[in-house]
Each structure stands twice: as C-alpha cells, then as structure tokens.
Design a protein around this ligand. Structure first.
Ligand code: AMP
Length: 215
C-alpha cells in the first residue's frame, strides 16, 4: 500500500506517518527529514539547500525529486511507503506518478489532514525534538515524561527547527497556499483524495486514517 499524507506545516503528518509505519510495516519517506540529513552531513548539496530551508521556501523540484526517487526505487519500499512532505508542487506530483509507474507501483490513498492555520502557528512555535533520535515533543502538548530527558533514547539534548521560528512559519504557510494547495484538485480529479480532521486528538486522527486505509 502506498499513500500520501498531505496538509500544511504542523498538521501532524510526521507523527501519523510514524504510527502507520509501525502498525503496517510501511516505510515513511519524509523529504524534510532527508533534506535535513543532507544539510547536517555538510555536503555541497546540503550547504546549497540549508538557507532555502531555513527561510521556509521550497527546495527545487529537481533536487527533491532526485532525493525521493532513490528511496522509492530501494528494495525496502516494495512493501509500501507513506509519503510525508512530498509532493509539494504539481511538477512533483507528476514526477511521482511517473516514478511509481516506472516501478510498477500504484498510489492507493491521498489523505489530506485538514487543520486550522492559527492553531498550527501555536503548534509549530512550541515544537522541539531530540537531537539524538529525532523524537518530537511540544512545550505544552507533549513534554518528555522526565523533564529534560528524551522518552525514547534518554538523551538530554533537544533542538528547535530553525524554520519553526515565527517568520519562517509564516513563509511556510504562504508557500503551502500558493504552491502545494494546487495539488489538491490534481488528486481530487483522480478520485483518490480523502480528508480527515487533523485538529482532533492524535489517537482520533490515527483512527480516522486507519478507517480510510482499511477500506
Ligand atoms: P518539512 O519537514 O516537511 O516541514 O520540510 C521542511 C523544509 O524542507 C520545507 O520547508 C522545504 O524547505 C523543504 N522540503 C521538504 N519537502 C520538500 C518538497 N517536497 N519540496 C520542496 N522542498 C521541500
């Protein structure tokens, strides 16, 4: 089963993708994580995309398509993938169709997580994660069980994403409205776009997604 989770920044795509990954043995392909790994590696490509990402703008279609293509072609993707953060533009959606067709794969579900933008700014501003294992937390909604200690790996080192600063958050929403929202009619026309209410409790959102994919 191959599916796309769509929604604006902070909608909870990453959280839900991780849950689906564990429950269904699918592989989460998060372009944001892949690009952050590239910037952390200090590679030439990483240096080129760092400033773009920190500003909240999109990395070029060409780079992102190349990054995702390698992963879709990999053997571990054969049992199914959850695309999280890709596609984000019409050319990316078209490239994805071609990639999947080229590997004899098909898209089963495109799930839009509908959310309220004002509430999202609040969600993003309080978001932080463990530098060692990437587990995500929130200052108000999901603090570590022991103050200052990661629940998953015990590390004491936490980071906030530079693009979760208010100016970059505003830019990311603008980019979503202008460049990413146009892919919704693209999938609607194919008859595979479904929506869930992304403002509910995390478990309720998971349940709604499960109901769609088990159909
Ligand atoms: P995310 O972790 O999905 O919020 O992505 C963080 C940042 O990575 C975005 O604001 C973009 O700069 C870049 N990025 C991630 N996925 C894509 C994509 N599919 N196309 C272009 N840029 C992307």
């Amino acid at each position: 089963m191959n599916l796309i989770l769509l929604g604006p920044p902070g909608a909870g795509k990453g959280t839900q993708a991780k849950r689906l990954e564990q429950a269904h043995g699918l592989v989460q392909l998060a372009t944001g994580d892949m690009l952050r790994a590239e910037t952390a590696s200090g590679s030439e490509l990483g240096r080129r995309i760092k400033a773009v990402m920190e500003s909240g703008a999109l990395v070029s279609d060409e780079i992102v398509i190349e990054v995702i293509e390698q992963r879709i072609a990999a053997p571990e993707a054969k049992d199914g993938v959850i695309l999280d953060g890709f596609p984000r533009t019409i050319p990316q959606a078209e490239a994805l169709d071609a990639m999947l067709a080229g590997h004899d794969l098909k898209l089963d579900h495109v799930i839009l997580m509908e959310v309220d933008e004002a509430a999202l700014v609040d969600r993003l501003a309080g978001r932080f994660s463990c530098r060692a294992c990437g587990a995500s937390y929130h200052e108000r909604y999901h603090r570590p069980k022991r103050e200052g200690v990661c629940d998953v790996c015990g590390s004491h080192d936490f980071v906030q994403r530079p693009d979760d600063r208010p100016e970059a958050v505003q830019k990311r929403f603008e980019v979503y409205r202008q460049q990413t929202a146009p892919i919704l009619p693209y999938y609607r026309a194919k008859g595979i776009l479904e929506t869930v209410d992304g403002m509910g409790e995390m478990d309720a959102v998971t349940k709604a997604i499960e109901a769609i994919i088990s159909r």
